[in-house]
Design a protein around this ligand. Structure first.
Ligand SMILES: Nc1ncnc2c1ncn2[C@@H]1O[C@H](COP(=O)(O)OP(=O)(O)OP(=O)(O)O)[C@@H](O)[C@H]1O
Ligand SMILES: [Mg+2]
Length: 505
């Protein structure tokens, strides 16, 4: 059972207090008393009543002052004024100060008085319940809002993490794509003949972690050998990351090699791993090492010595486990002598040098290289029956000096296959050794004496672009887009020129 409500009677007349007490106790209330406003406030503080019955005119502190004092305590306890001075003004004043009701003394109608008290108490109870309920709801809303905020923060973090990983994957994909593209079809021709010594060295050094320096003229196959070393080394399941040191603008070199943190410089919108980090547990191929600016040589030396990198704008050192293969067609000895290449870096890179002989010194490889390129180019160019070699043509190839080495032979074969398709390859644009001025395919002056037909050039160009897009013709990144023409126009051209469709590997 709930406790009886406690009523505080504040009145200076003892008799009135007694009467009211009897009346209220009969109704089942618990009663406390005070003889003036001051005492009323004290008893209120001490007893915490549920209802106050207040007289107005009292000594020490009158009823209105007491009501004002109670309001200062911002109490919810209802006050009913019970006064003999029944002026309208008194009633208005007390109600304005916060009294809930006004009853004229002496209380004659006990029943009516009881109703006033009960209704007031009920109303106060409802108001309190209402307030508690509202507070409870507010608390709930606060809690839920806080929970939601935390979840949202968490989601934001997850989202950031996911986009970071996505960037990283996209980045890796780009590199892997490029690597795959350049590594495809890297069968080594001549490994039992002209490249025998080279291949023996590859076999010796591949299982180790030693740095390898590949030296040789342009087009001799340095990249092919770098690939071979990686893929026959214990690191073959790790990444093979190529860096063309001459192709990266100096200002971007550090960020490319070592990566950067978000905001490290204008344009560094997200964190990015550098190629050394990407090459972790694998091999990094520093191609054209002779083109590396001196500043970058210092930093590279540091990384090789410490086996750790620091991203641009970063503060942590990140350990990297990377095997280094470098290559150059330049004479590094001369570059060291003229101060363009650091000798200490050269010592680090040149642990195991491999020199690729120029093609003119291993002409025995020409026939197998020739048939290798004829079949490869026929597939690439969509020529179903590979062409044959005209009598005397091989002799021309053997007598030529090959300043552009294997690459030059490869390009020449490609050009001949485009010209003669399934016919006979003549190689009649070649001059014998010593007179080679016009044969370097795709170089200035190459076609002056025997220019390609316009259709041949177009066909060559379309085939090259199709190779870049892996045979994709239409849509974003397709050949039509790259060539700036409609896909239908391109298809019509391809039909006319006899270029095959189909996605390559
Ligand atoms: N022994 C080989 N067998 C088959 N293809 C070869 C061989 N050597 C070179 N090639 C081909 O010749 C082209 C040039 O080779 P590569 O890019 O390795 O030369 P490089 O020495 O790195 O030239 P550069 O100094 O200009 O970078 C490539 O397309 C490669 O596939
Ligand atoms: Mg190369």
């Amino acid at each position: 059972m709930s406790q009886p409500a406690k009523v505080l009677i504040v009145d200076d007349e003892e008799l009135i207090r007694l009467n009211l007490r009897m009346l209220l106790e009969d109704l089942g209330y618990c009663v406390v008393e005070a003889a003036d406003g001051r005492e009323g406030l004290d008893v209120f503080d001490r007893e915490g009543p549920d209802l106050i019955l207040a007289d107005l005119r009292m000594p020490v502190m009158d009823g209105l002052s007491m009501i004002a004092g109670l309001q200062e305590k911002s109490t919810e306890t209802p006050i009913i004024v019970v006064s003999g001075t029944g002026t309208v003004q008194n009633a208005v004043d007390s109600l304005r100060l916060g009294a809930w009701d006004y009853v004229i003394k002496p209380v004659e109608d006990a029943r009516a008085f009881e109703v006033v008290i009960e209704r007031t108490l009920e109303k106060a109870r409802l108001m309190k319940e209402n307030r508690l309920y509202r507070e409870h709801l507010e608390e709930l809303v606060r809690e839920r809002t806080e929970e939601l905020r935390k979840t949202l923060d968490e989601l934001k973090l997850r989202h950031q993490e996911v986009s970071r990983l996505k960037d990283m994957l996209a980045d890796d994909n780009r590199y892997l794509f490029v690597e795959l593209w350049s590594a495809s079809g890297d069968e080594i021709i001549g490994s039992d003949f002209g490249l025998k010594a080279v291949m023996e060295m590859v076999q010796q050094v591949a299982p180790l972690n030693s740095p390898v320096l590949l030296l040789g003229e342009t087009g001799t196959g340095k990249e092919v050998i770098a690939n071979a070393i990686h893929y026959s080394s214990p690191r073959k399941d790790g990444p093979f990351i190529k860096v063309n040191c001459g192709a990266i603008p100096e200002t971007l070199l550090d960020s490319e090699l070592f990566g950067h943190e978000k905001g490290a410089f204008t344009g560094a919108v997200s964190q990015r791993r550098g190629r050394f980090e990407r090459a972790d547990k694998g091999t990094i191929f520093l191609d054209e090492i002779g083109e590396l600016p001196l500043q970058a040589q210092v930093r590279l030396l540091h990384v090789i010595q410490k086996r750790e990198i620091e991203r641009v704008g970063g503060t942590n050192s990140i350990p990297v486990d990377v095997r280094i293969i470098s290559a150059t067609h330049r004479n590094l000895g001369e570059m060291i002598a003229s101060g363009r290449f650091r000798e200490d870096l050269w010592f680090r890179l040149n642990v195991f040098p491999i020199i690729l002989p120029p093609l003119r010194q291993r002409k025995e490889d020409i026939p197998s290289l020739l048939s290798h390129f004829i079949s490869r180019k026929s597939i690439e160019l969509g020529v179903s029956t590979p062409p044959t070699v005209a009598p005397g043509a091989l002799e021309r190839l053997m007598n030529y000096n090959w300043p552009g080495n294997v690459r030059e032979l490869e390009n020449l074969v490609e050009r001949e296959v485009i010209r003669h398709r399934s016919g006979r390859l003549m190689f009649d644009s070649l001059l014998p050794a010593g007179k080679e001025t016009i044969t370097l395919d795709r170089r200035e002056g190459a076609h002056e004496r025997n220019p390609l037909k316009l259709d041949e050039v177009i066909s060559l160009h379309i085939s090259n672009v199709l190779r870049m897009t892996k045979g994709k013709v239409h849509g974003p990144g397709g050949a039509a887009e790259l060539l700036g023409i409609k896909a239908n126009t391109l298809r019509a051209r391809m039909d006319k020129l006899g270029i095959k469709y189909g996605r390559n590997k």
